[in-house]
Design a protein around this ligand. Sequence first.
Ligand SMILES: Nc1ncnc2c1ncn2[C@@H]1O[C@H](COP(=O)(O)OP(=O)(O)OP(=O)(O)O)[C@@H](O)[C@H]1O
Ligand SMILES: [Mg+2]
Length: 507
Amino acid sequence: MATAVKLKEITKRFPGVLANDSIDLEVAAGEIHAIVGENGAGKSTLMKILAGLYQPDAGEISIFDRAQMINSPARAIELKIGMVHQHFMLIPRFTVLDNIMLGAERRQGIMLDSRLARQEVTALCRQYNFSLELDKPVGEISVGQSQRVEILKVLYRGADILVLDEPTAVLAPQEVKELFHNLRRLKEAGKTIIFISHKLDEVLDIADRVTVLRKGRVVGTATADSVSKSDLAQMMVGRPVVQTIEKPEVSIGDIVLSIQELTVQEAEGKAVLNELSLEVYGGEIYGVAGIEGNGQKELAETVIGLQQPTAGHIMVSGNNINGLSVAEIRNLGVAYISEDRHRQGLILPMKVWENMILGLQRRRFYRRPGLEIKAAQEFAREKVKEYSISLSSVQQQVENLSGGNQQKVILARELAAQPTVIVAAQPTRGLDIGAAEFVHRQLLAKRASGCAILFISADLDEVLSLSDRVGVIYNGRIVAEFRPQEVTAQELGVYMLGGNKKAGGVA
Ligand SMILES: Nc1ncnc2c1ncn2[C@@H]1O[C@H](COP(=O)(O)OP(=O)(O)OP(=O)(O)O)[C@@H](O)[C@H]1O
Ligand SMILES: [Mg+2]
C-alpha cells in the first residue's frame, strides 16, 4: 500500500523541552492511524508540523513518497492535508454553509458563487452521509454537528489526509458512534485519517494501527487488533497502570450546596438555566451528565459567582451567595475547576508558579510586607512533582504547556485550597489515563474529607464510576436523577439527547 505520510527523524525543540525527538512515523494511505501518549508527549506538536503550523528543527516529511517542505498551513492544504483542531474555530453567527466556505470561497468573476458552493457542499454531505442544515447559524447546532462542519470544511478544501486532534473529548456516546461511522465512510472513500485521543477504548475501536509516543519519542507502532488497552497504557507511561478505582463508603453529611429553581436568562431572553434544582451533601459527588451546551457552563459559573441568576438561589453551607463576588464565594470555601482553561482558570502569559498560587496568595503566601516568592515557588515545585506536570521550570509561561499540563496546574491549585465545595467542570478533559486516575483519586480524597463535589462531565464512564448520584442536564434543567448502579451509559445518553423527559428515580 502507498504511504500517505512519512515522517523521518522529525525533531522539534522548544526552550527547555525536546517536544519531538527524532520521530519516525509512517501512515499508510487509506488507514486510520491513532496517536496516543501522555500529556506533553508531543502529539499536537507533531501534527502541527504536518499541518504547517510549526517548522521542525530537523527531519524530513514525505507526502505520497515525495519529499515536501510544509512551511505554512496554505502549503499543507495544497498537499491535501487538513487538520481539525480540538477547539472549534467556527463563527457562531454565520451559517453552516458560510463557515464551510469561509477562506475557500468559490468565485465567478468577482462575485462569490455561493450557489456552486452550496451544490458542492450538498454533494459532499450526500457522499459521506452527513446530515446538516446548511442555513442554520452554527451557534444553534450541537457540538457533534459543529464537528461535522469542521470535517466538511477540511473536505471542502480537498483534503485527503485528515488530522483530528482529540475529536471525541466533547462528544456524547451516540455522537462518538456517529463520528466513527463518518470516519469509516471517509476511509472507505480512500481518505487517510490520523486520530489523536486519550480514550484507549475508542482508539482500539476505530484505528487500524496505533503509534505510542512517550516524552517526544516513538515507543512503537502496533496494529489495533494485536494490542490491549493495558498494553497501550503501559507503553504510554512505561509501567503498568491501575485501571480500577476503589470508591470507599463515606458517611454523608448535611446539604452543603443547595441550588433551588435557578434560572439564568441570556440577553435575548432565552433561559440557559431553567428552574434548575439540585442539592449536594457533604461527602458526596454529584455528577452532572449532559451534552455540552445544555447549561453546564452557566451552572458552574453561577455557583462561583461569574454569572448572576435571574431567579432562584444558591446556598453554600447555609449562606445565600446571590450577589456575592467571586472572591467572597471562594472565601466561603468554593473551589472551581474551569473547563475553559484558556479564558478562566489561568493567566496564560504568566509563569507557572504565579498561576499556581492565584487566589491562594492571601491565605498562604501573603505575609507582610509582601508575597513570599521563595515559598510560593517552592509550593509550585511541590505541586509540579505531585501532579507530574511536565515542564522545564516553574518560571515557564503557562501558555507553553501542553493542553493536559495546563489543566493539571488548575487542579493542583484548586484542590490545594481545602475547599468545602468543589465545582469541577470537565476536570479530566484532555488528561491522559494516568493523570485522569490521579484526579479521580484526588476528588475521592476530598469526598472522604466531607467536601461536596459538583462534578460536571461529558464522559459518562467517568460520571458513573465516580458519582454517588447522577443528574442529567438537558435544556437548562435536571431532567432525571439516578444512583449510578441503577443506570447505564446508554440510558443516560438517551436522556442527554432529550429523548425521555420523564424524571427518573429521584434519590
Ligand atoms: N509553543 C510552545 N512553546 C514552548 N513549549 C511548547 C510549545 N508547544 C508545546 N510545547 C511543549 O512541548 C511538549 C509537547 O507538547 P504537545 O502539546 O505536543 O503535547 P501533547 O502530546 O499534545 O499533550 P496533551 O495530551 O496534553 O495535549 C510539552 O512539554 C509542551 O510544554
Ligand atoms: Mg495535545
